[in-house]
Design a protein around this ligand. Structure first.
Ligand code: ADP
Ligand code: MG
Length: 687
């Protein structure tokens, strides 16, 4: 059976090289992958609506006949493709933009099943970009609950259904059922799960909604359970490793650093440091993540932990995602640590060859105690004499692999990961299940909450007038230009344009600076330094300023095109202000009228707590978008949705924790894990 599942897709009747190429585009190369191509939704054909019954704003399905097709040009030059359809109760318009080929796909008289968001405007029903399926002989029949797969141009729905049906038929016998199973028998029985074959069959062709729910539960459980077993195993392995660096209790050096701190630590900071201290003084390598909202004071935590490793005769390394941030950390750490004789250096990609070589030499000889740097730190020729602690800041920008490369520069160094993106619990359990977590919720005292406003562009001049008032009062401002995800080049252009516009209009007579990712390091540094010194009053920037930048005198953050940013990112950007003694403001400019955007911007004006925002963000955008799990080296989930499936996640996690402690199931699970993750297995679980 495992053989059937891993068989090439061409093994199926009706799949030759041409269809195989089309299926490959969907990531389907084997029969098993075809069966794991799960439906995106289901159509209950007993519940198709009549056109006259369709409700504005809902996603609904109906069956109708094509009357005619046509193409218009909009005044902005778009092509609009329109298809009119009717049923016994009325007519509806289907529309697409710039997709002329659609016009030829559907001819008058064809019968279609249409699914999409219904818009009723003055009695006219319109569906923009609907899912459309042509009703043919071959997809008429079957059950009433019909699977609908993620849409593709090349392969019609009915063909996918037929192929999946064929694949399911092929493994109908009981030996096959047994071999396809990924879960230990005891787990299946103990958690009341369908077997895998049954589940695969029901997820595609359920006879009832209850069957479907049971099938889905089984497959979600399987996916989360296997991942949790891997993570639990990983954690157990670290805990049983007694060859890590054992740090001594705090001595004079650390005491002096504490004594000379310019402030009193918050309760959460002190608690986090106690947890770190305990980890570091243990022989098991520390694997701890510190989650703290922007401005919660994570840098000082890193400083003290790094001082501790230096006190014990080791070196420390701290990796940050950008040069700006690496340098800023270097300065902050140097201020706290250099007075006590600790030797620090910064390593980024911009050092000249000669300077770099000299620095590498010093690191290797142990003359440098602490190195702060960017990715430059993980290059092969960077060698430490004896690395005791590795800190990575803003973890979500680094993948597991990069983290592991830095860790590999020492012999089992302690590891501290700091992230400013608060991670909802479910997310932390799946993506970081192998790490211990400390949370800093409390902000340093005396912070005045940032006032956030959402405004449309007709108020733009007023907003900038307010910003100018702030500048006249001695403050500084940031302006962030709209996000362009696809291309740094276009983003740069838009930053330059905004800079040119603002510095000659709303902000004329104000010293303005421009910062974007395409600038040379030296240029960026010069601008950042001028801003930090207060020579530049208004900094117009792309999201390069998103992480970590700390200029306490800045009190206004204007975000243009705010609709393009997600909650997490808006919150990060907002965190650049409100860092000093003065009241700060964040203004979100947007003309978007999309409901989702307005909801998001409204949440921003109401919620300042990054942890609450993160939960909301996860709900609004779903886990995939929240931050792609693959960024962490984890494959995406095939079916689990950790927002929706929290209960199953917790159940699977408990089961997994028992599994790794009882050898009874381990062989089976181990085998399944290897099949499941394939070549990624060792990268994820054998660190
Ligand atoms: P994070 O990296 O968590 O965003 P930082 O470490 O940059 O935050 O700290 C933000 C600001 O708060 C810095 O100016 C820092 O000096 C200050 N700070 C940190 N901890 C405290 C504290 N306990 N009391 C007062 N100020 C603090
Ligand atoms: Mg920080």
């Amino acid at each position: 059976m495992q053989k059937l599942l891993s068989a090439n897709i061409q093994f199926l009747k009706g799949v030759g090289p041409a269809n195989a190429t089309k299926l490959a585009k969907l990531g389907i190369f084997t029969v098993g992958q075809l069966l794991e191509h799960y439906p995106r939704r289901y159509e209950d054909r007993s519940k198709l609506k009549l056109i006259a019954e369709l409700t504005d704003g809902l996603h609904e399905a109906f069956r109708a006949i094509v009357i005619n097709t046509g193409e218009l040009k909009s005044h902005r030059g778009f092509k609009i493709i329109k298809i009119a359809v009717r049923d016994s109760s009325g007519v509806a318009q289907l529309t697409w933009f710039n997709q002329s080929y659609i016009k030829n796909k559907y001819q008058p008289g064809m019968e279609l099943i249409i699914f999409g968001k219904i818009q009723r405007r003055q009695g006219v029903i319109e569906i923009n970009k609907p899912d459309v399926e042509v009703v043919t002989e071959s997809n008429q029949g079957g059950g009433q609950i019909v699977p609908v797969y993620p849409a593709t141009e090349d392969i019609p729905q009915w063909q996918l259904r037929t192929l999946i049906q064929q694949a399911l038929h092929r493994f109908a016998d009981s030996a096959a059922t047994e071999q396809a199973e990924t879960l230990p028998d005891g787990i299946i029985a103990g958690h009341n799960l369908m077997n895998r074959r049954q589940a695969l069959s029901c997820i595609h062709f359920p006879s009832t909604m209850e069957d479907l729910a049971a099938a889905r539960r089984r497959l979600v459980f399987e996916e989360l359970y296997l991942l949790q077993c891997g993570l639990a195993y990983l954690k157990q392995k670290t805990k049983q490793n007694f060859t890590g660096v054992k740090h001594s209790p705090d001595g004079e050096l650390v005491a002096k650093i504490y004594k000379n701190l310019p402030f009193t630590l918050t309760g959460d900071q002190a608690q986090t440091l106690r947890e770190i201290k305990a980890d570091m003084e243990d022989t098991t390598p520390m694997q701890r993540m510190v989650q703290g909202d922007v401005g919660s004071g994570k840098t000082v935590i890193a400083a003290i932990a790094l001082a501790k490793t230096v006190e014990n005769g080791y070196q420390g390394a701290m990796m940050a995602p950008t040069e700006i941030l690496a340098e800023q950390h270097y300065h902050t750490l140097a201020k706290l640590l250099a007075p006590q004789g600790i030797r620090l250096a910064v390593l980024t990609g911009k050092l000249t060859r000669r300077v770099r070589d000299e620095l590498l030499q010093q690191i290797q000889e142990g003359i440098i105690d602490i190195v702060v740097g960017t990715h430059a730190l993980i290059q092969d020729d960077v060698e430490f004499k004896h690395l005791g602690l590795v800190v990575t800041d803003e973890q979500h920008r680094f993948g597991v692999r990069q983290r592991a490369r830095l860790e590999a520069k020492g012999k089992q160094p302690d590891v501290l990961i700091m992230t400013a993106t608060p991670i909802p619990r479910t997310m932390a359990l799946t993506v970081y299940g192998d790490l211990d977590v400390s949370v800093i919720r409390e902000l340093p005292p005396g912070r005045i909450p940032i006032a956030t406003f959402s405004r449309s562009n007709d108020r733009r001049n007023k907003i900038y007038a307010f910003a100018v008032d702030q500048i006249r009062a001695g403050r500084q401002i940031y302006v962030v230009c709209p996000l362009v995800e696809e291309s740094e080049k276009i983003e740069t252009q838009s930053a330059v344009k905004l800079y040119n516009e603002l510095s000659t209009t709303c902000l004329s007579n104000i010293p303005c600076g421009l910062l974007h990712g395409k600038m040379k390091s030296q240029e960026k540094d010069a601008v950042m330094e001028a801003f930090a010194k207060g020579e530049i009053k208004a900094l117009i920037a792309t999201t390069v300023i998103e992480v970590g930048v700390n200029v306490p005198n800045a009190t206004v953050m204007v975000i243009e095109g705010a609709e393009r940013f997600g909650l997490a990112q808006l919150h990060q950007l907002r965190g650049r202000v409100g860092r000093g003694r003065h009241k700060s403001y964040c203004i979100l400019l947007s003309d978007s009228t999309s409901e989702e955007t307005m909801e998001r911007l409204k949440i921003m004006t109401e919620v300042n707590d990054g942890f609450i925002l993160a939960e909301k963000d996860l709900l609004l955008r779903g886990p995939g978008q929240f931050f792609g799990t693959h960024q962490h080296g984890m494959p995406d989930f095939k079916i689990a949705d950790i927002v929706r499936d929290t209960d199953i996640l917790l159940e699977a996690r408990r089961a997994a924790q028992q599994t790794v402690c009882s050898p009874k199931y381990l062989d089976k699970v181990w085998q399944s894990l290897q099949n499941w993750y394939g070549e990624k297995f060792s990268m994820i679980f054998c660190r």
